[in-house]
Design a protein around this ligand. Sequence first.
Ligand SMILES: Nc1ncnc2c1ncn2[C@@H]1O[C@H](COP(=O)(O)OP(=O)(O)OP(=O)(O)O)[C@@H](O)[C@H]1O
Ligand SMILES: [Mg+2]
Ligand SMILES: [Zn+2]
Length: 572
Amino acid sequence: MQPALYRAERPEVFEDIIGQKHIVRILQNQIRTGTVSQAYLFAGTHGTGKTSTARILAKAVNCLEGEPGTEGAQLPCGHCENCEAIREGRFVDCIELDAASNNGVDDLRSIIEMVKYPPTVGRYKVYIIDEVHMLSTAAENAFLKTLEEPPAHAIFILATTDPQKVRATIRSRCMQLNFRRVTEDELIEGMRRICEKRGINATGDALATIASRADGSVRDALSILEQCIAAGDRELSRAAVLEYTGAAGEDFFLALTGAVMDGDAGKALVYIDEIVKRGKDSRQILKDWLKHMRDLMIVKYVGKAERIVGASAENIARLRAQAGRTDAAFIERAIRLISEYINLGRYSERPRILLETAAVRLASPDGDAATLQRSAAGPAPSQAASAASGASAGRSPAAQQTAAAPSRASAPSAAPAARTAAPAADDEADAGEMLAGMIASAPREKAGDPGEMWDRIVREVAASDRTFMSLVGRNSVGTEYEAGKLLVIVSPNKLRLAEDKSAEIARAAKMLYGDEVFVVMRSGSIAKSGASETAERMSEAETSRIINEDIDKNEVIEDIQNLFGITPVIED
Ligand SMILES: Nc1ncnc2c1ncn2[C@@H]1O[C@H](COP(=O)(O)OP(=O)(O)OP(=O)(O)O)[C@@H](O)[C@H]1O
Ligand SMILES: [Mg+2]
Ligand SMILES: [Zn+2]
């Protein structure tokens, strides 16, 4: 069997590394001048070249073509006996350890005992410790001693996807190199090189599509590329890439969101129809769509959002362009609405209708009962649209009820229009019923003090999820209630968790206080007894985590200050 492409194409010398130019420059310079460090921390997301670069460095210091510091030597050569042995994993002086699987003290102890002996065949003993943040505390302690005074012939390369979890005392003894997500241009260039070598004729837009899916990971790019060329043809087009990946990528969510922002429900439904026909799961699309909305919100507030959003610079730029077209209120409403539908989707056998209904509601100016009726009364742009409008017709009693509430008094045309549209298929009645149930629930409590309201909601959610209280409940506080909007401040590092629960929160709020109340969560420090101290300490950790990126630091600090309203503290 052929090895996976990303294995077959592991870079062997510095020139093969895709992207990471800043790191290659530093390492090559150290090798040229004979100033290689004794301990490195390679930090960065999966599949960006940490292990590969560690092996290249191991070759460079052991290459038979010359020693580090030798004038004019291009190290490593990649083909001498030592270089080959390292590539094949049979070089006794290059020791690889995976802390994720061997995290005991014993493995470490045996390494530490061996470290004092000089290398057997090579010039240096190189220890590559992968996922070093997974080492047990005892193992870390044992290791620290060796790191304090390593023998001159030892080089340690620690790799991690999570540098904040590596103890500061270890980090401070290492030269930290941050592996970045590789840009799409670099990915395209790298894939083109590989395709040429293999005699595959790939179009530019095919490679660009793969690159945008890979989101900065070379391994992901190569594994998508492999799937696309596995069919055996020598030509690769964008259409083929879309077909093979069958993915609802960022393009789809940008297009779908663009359509609802334009108020074009018909177009949105056609997009959904296309993607579902390609075999995508509607529940998953709803979840991914929610993430897209969250990403839009983040890029709206954070200048250097790559780390928080987890996307390449190019995808961030696309998100930012889209976020610029709308306001926070729309995104907020979208998040709330899509969360509700994700929740409903759990109990529905026909999640596609929910996806479609969510799109139609978002496409209407304020997504309430009135606007839905309008789309029911108008001509249906497609079969899918009629399903969605059927859903709205099904909830007409609830809609009338809602329209009677003071804040909805401006929607008098709603009810009559709804009565004229009759639900046709079972599917439609099904969704309609569900929506009616969702909307018609009578409030159990009276809205009032924001703190009390939030406490009630927290208790309600915690009743079915006990971790919610300690994880989110104690790290959040309701601060403001106005016109149906309950503002909740969540400590920054808990916001993700809270957002993951937004459907449950929305449901609890609806159940307790009725339709008119929705919860808006923001991150910030919590000035509530007991919670404040932890919250502040957490935000420091969060801050230093982001600061650790070697990106424009001042800009990041400014963004964090603006976003979280805190003063960052830099550790170390
Ligand atoms: N910068 C890169 N240049 C060229 N190929 C790369 C690069 N990064 C990753 N790859 C490809 O992906 C595969 C995995 O890379 P590598 O093991 O170096 O990543 P990693 O950063 O250590 O990932 P992980 O965190 O999952 O261990 C390699 O075999 C190679 O094909
Ligand atoms: Mg690795
Ligand atoms: Zn060599």
